[in-house]
Design a protein around this ligand. Structure first.
Ligand SMILES: CC(C)(COP(=O)(O)OP(=O)(O)OC[C@H]1O[C@@H](n2cnc3c(N)ncnc32)[C@H](O)[C@@H]1OP(=O)(O)O)[C@@H](O)C(=O)NCCC(=O)NCCS
Length: 184
């Protein structure tokens, strides 16, 4: 089920039940995709190293400044998914989707597709001609999902970043991957 969407509104979908998934969500729980803020970051309990939380908080602040759209998926009060749509990353005016993930206990129930659809709607409303994202070469199942949703490989992409661990050590990451693009 999908609803017309405008910035600031909520997108609601009922979750299919997936026996054995171990989630706290049931068939009766809708998933709501909405704009997130810094208070939502504290409720993202999965994959929550401090450097990730700091990165997510930074995006919540950027959303307040209108530079990005920070989407969260909420089930029964739990923040179980998120994505950032960046309006400033690409010089050609296309949107840049990143920081996309779903809580492991809530995967394979359509939440990722639901967040993706909302991200694309927001980009359309923003006037973007296309939306792009990068996917690591070691994440073929996620790439398959995007291809099924209409994305095509537009090139290669090296995801390079560094962060400081609580111990003070600097970690440098370089992950080769594909650049994906979908016309809107
Ligand atoms: C990619 C991701 C956001 C998809 O979210 P989701 O809620 O599971 O997505 P959906 O339920 O809408 O779609 C599931 C589909 O994604 C694909 N998929 C992607 N990664 C997968 C994984 N690790 N395990 C299983 N399926 C995966 C499958 O093809 C699946 O399709 P199927 O259920 O028909 O077999 C989620 O798997 C995730 O958070 N992965 C870890 C972080 C990540 O890789 N982010 C993307 C970076 S580009």
């Amino acid at each position: 089920m999908s609803f017309p969407v405008r910035p600031g509104t909520q997108r609601v979908r009922w979750l299919p039940d997936r026996p054995g998934s171990g989630t706290v969500a049931t068939v009766a729980d809708p998933v709501v995709v909405r704009d997130g803020d810094a208070s939502d970051v504290g409720r993202m309990t999965w994959a929550a190293t401090e450097h990730l939380r700091a990165a997510w908080r930074e995006q919540a602040v950027r959303a307040g400044a209108g530079e990005v759209c920070f989407l969260v998926a909420v089930v029964d009060g739990h923040v179980v998914g998120k994505a950032v749509v960046d309006w400033t990353h690409n010089a050609d005016g296309s949107a840049w989707l990143w920081m996309f993930s779903v809580h492991p206990d809530f995967r394979r129930r359509g939440i990722g597709r639901h967040v993706l659809a909302e991200a694309e709607d927001r980009a359309r409303l923003h006037g973007c001609p296309a939306i792009e994202m990068a996917v690591d070469d070691d994440n073929p199942r996620a790439r398959d999902l995007y291809v099924r949703e209409g994305y095509t490989v537009a090139g290669t992409h090296m995801d390079e970043y560094e962060y400081t661990e609580t111990s003070g050590a600097t970690v440098r990451v370089a992950s080769p991957g594909a650049l994906l693009r979908k016309a809107l």
